[in-house]
Design a protein around this ligand. Sequence first.
Ligand code: G3D
Ligand code: MG
Length: 236
Amino acid sequence: MNNLMDNTESEKDFLYKILMVGDANVGKTSIIKKYVHGIFSQNHKPTIGVDFALKVLKLDNNLIVRLQIWDIAGQERFNTMTRVYYKEAFAAFVVFDASSWDNPNTLNIVKKWKSDIDSKVSLPNSDESIPVILLANKIDLISTDNDKMKKLTEEMNQFCTSHGFSAWFGVSAKENINLNLAHETLIDLIFKKLDQINQLKGVDNDNINANKNLDKQTNTIDLNFNMENLKTTCCD
Ligand code: G3D
Ligand code: MG
């Protein structure tokens, strides 16, 4: 058949909530500001509670992906609020400061963030864990030290496999290193995971293909639980 309808594929427009977590000062807000707004600025106010930013990506003629990125303040670590913040997330980044990676505490904290995510969130309408990517931020501070970079790479490859991270990237909010690649990889992982679930269920279930109750046009949120009045924008 060769009629107009066959050539006009309907546009798909998916909205995904994703989490940016990690301790204070590792550069979460800076990553989001650079990736979403193209700005790196020092001395911005510390994040309090949670902030949001929206990145709209046109992946091809018929596919729009909106990433609603939740910037969760590091001081929220493991308190009861994280369960509320994580609700309905499709994927997460855990961020640490690459310049202090050889401090033994750094990777212990990363493990705790990963366990916190695994224990509190699964893909909407599913028991599947969400994909989590590890970001070694501030890589600009060590990227000229070849020995350090080699050791970091070896250790991270092993660490990700043993602790269930889908991937890791050395990134820099300051120098805009690997930010696009990390986000594109996260979107790929979401699509792959949803495909697997849909195949297992034997359906193309749009209900689990995207967040339905988040505002698509702006970076304001209908949280749909006991925080209705929490409406804010990212990174002022
Ligand atoms: P947070 O949101 O995780 O708490 P911020 O972290 O984004 O507020 O960043 C904390 C500090 O790290 C900031 O420094 C910021 O400029 C710096 N930073 C963030 N990303 C990078 C990076 O990629 N490279 C380097 N060199 N520094 C980075 P200040 O001095 O403003 O507190
Ligand atoms: Mg912050």
